[in-house]
Design a protein around this ligand. Sequence first.
Ligand SMILES: [Zn+2]
Length: 857
Amino acid sequence: MRVRRPLAVLLAAGLLFGPTTAATAAPPDPETRDAAVESPRGQSDTNLPFGVGSNQRGRSADAPGRQPAEPAPSAKLPGKPRNDVIKDVSVELTDASIPLNLIPYHGIPAALRALQQSNRISVEVIGQSVLGRDLHLVLATSPMTDAQWKNWQELSDLRISDPHAAQAKLAAGGYDNWRTPLFINNNIHGNEWEGTDASLQVLQELAFSNDTEIVKMLDRHVIAFVVTNNPDGRVAATRANANGFDMNRDYITASQPEVRAVRAQLVRYSPLTMLDIHGYVSCTLIEPTTGPHGDNYEYDLYIKYALRNALAMEQAILATGETRATCANPDGTRRNDIPFRDRSQGWDDWPPIFTPMYSMYHGTIGHTIEVPLNPRGNLAEAERHERTRINTAVAKASIKGNLGYATQNQKELLANQLEWFRRGVDGEATRPIDDPLALSLARGDNAKTHPQGFPRAYVIPAGADQRSATAAARLVQFMLDNDLTVQRAWRPFQLNGKSYEVGAYVVDMRQAKRGLASALLEVGRDVTNDFNAMYDISAWSHGHLWGATVERVTEDVTLDPKVLRPVTEARATGEVAPGNRSEYGLVVDSVAGIRAVNHLLNDGVKLGRMPNGNFVVTANASVVRPIADAYGVEFTKITPPEVRTAKPVAKTRLGVSANGGEIFALQQMGFTPISVTHTAFNNGALSFGDFDAFFVSTTSFNPLSLNATQAAAFNQWLANGGTVVGRGSSGKQFNDRAGLLDVTIAAGRSDANGIVKVVNDPASPITGNALPTAFVDAPQYFTRVGAGVRVDQRLADEGFFLAGHWGGQAAAAGHAVVVSGVAKGANVTLFGTEPLFRAHPEGLYPQVASALWWNGS
Ligand SMILES: [Zn+2]
């Protein structure tokens, strides 16, 4: 029971059954008592990626005028901006922007200070990149007094807290002088540069021009620009950030610091429009997209304005006269590429991994813009510079076209957003597209949507076991960080005949941003037959892949306000069995549990692992108590016979041949992965004796490429009980080259991905405790399993494919997807699933940790 201690405190304080009428002054959340717990010793921010560590709260500013890189969990920032001191950074002559004739990262601070000379401009440092470079937000608006900002904030908040009241106020003229927020994000792909340069040029006008159109824009809007969402990639000419993440695939997961920083700004402003400026697609591409369209957007409200805004931006780009930025129509007129109008499939908005699609859950008309001309590669300097000049002009025209459209249609856009939020609080179903222009311009099936009703609520129980407690807190905190409202039960209660304990979380779906709650908690849908080609993944689910129990309440129940109170922070509290003990049990079925084990191993604490996969910790309460508090895990009473079954576990010296997302996920778990290659073993840079386990999912470690000496050392390492975990086709290839498990593998379509229902072997030390769902991408499954190989997990026989896109899925039904065995003395596990995919399916991580710790020999 995770809630025992805090509840005792609250009962003593008489808070639990206190007055329930003071809606504006709800008592503190049951969990806040533990908010002052210190972060684990020796852990830095990068080791605490979950945003729940107390070290991110109240951390003192590291420079005057600066605030912590990440805001306090779920604390919505005020709209009124600071104006930070923007310091110079060291000059990097290798910055990839320089040969493109674009602004290098070290040129940005001076440009921002010049803009700060205008009283229309504020600049904030909103966070840092993986390599520590500052992320800047520039806000442009006509000067406002503190009283005006206070009024601005009230009207801003009212949109979400009470859209009915906001609609009445709008009708009565109460929003006539309110400045609507607009948002422009740049350079999220580091090697797509020009949005940054274009934004600085537009900001120059916004800061200093007295043109009446410009002044009108500033009087009517609060315009937020993220100068670059990926400074490390800008400097290095990489699409990804320094952790190897494509951040325009990370917005719904928010594993990366650059994403969390910009997400907080989207939450802060809930902008009416949002541009995310990319490159390079010929003709210049402007969204809206092809189908399938995400089920959780109010798509009919979105498309009406997204299409018209796109057409306005197209006109602005055509007006530049840059013919290399546009394409010819058959009649000789010119156009951009608007996928909704010009393509039949393959450029969809289905997954909210993309920045503009994520922003749509905040009531925003979001667009990706792709400037036209690729300036990379081996080009003559003049051509390279000409391309970046045109791209910058195109990006600038799209921004100004968007600002112009939003200025002309300000009231309509705001009314549309309020209607979006009103449908949420009223619990209405989504609706089909009814806009004649959209219906007439849609190519193919692009106007098709899938109107749906939402459940009345979700319940996330939090006390049944450690995984449900820590995963529930993690999920709820994530929802709060995403501007969702979550409540918690202060008394046992019943919903639809089912009883829930004190501490259960309840997500009332009658809220403005309910589409985002649904996107996080639902499993999704099988869209295989909707469209042949999808742009990227087709499934994700925090509710089904993060380990929490999420129950859907579809009946029209009444949620009793006497039982539920809003949560402001969620954090699992730890438990330590009472008494004077020297040994404890620890269940490791969550990321928090894995981190706790690695922390204890790093501290030299003696650990053993029992046949069921649970741990024995040999330490007294003073050692385990801080770990329990820091990670929210439970140290239990354990009997001497149980202790005797445990085999000793040492700190895992882990070698990896894996992608950046997997390496990051292993680091999230508290491992210290070291990249290995056959070349590094052959040239003596690495030695097999320095490793306990290898995780292999890429081909850069090929046992057949080891020289004779190293091949012998590898075989000796296997015979000594080394551990091998292979993932995907490359993991299986490694297995075959090393002559390990006797299995035959088959591959699903390389573009297939989704969430699958699985059956776990309850006796497996790797998956015995695993979730009933898994994630696959380019799925692999085992069609033959030889003698001595255990099937740890297989796909369900019928209806295994819960959500995503997998043509030909039927052939895989019932087949094994995780297998293990002892071969040549080594402990070998092979995954056909993707348990670490882009650091998203956290609830599957324990399977990998268990495989790395498994000692079957
Ligand atoms: Zn891009």
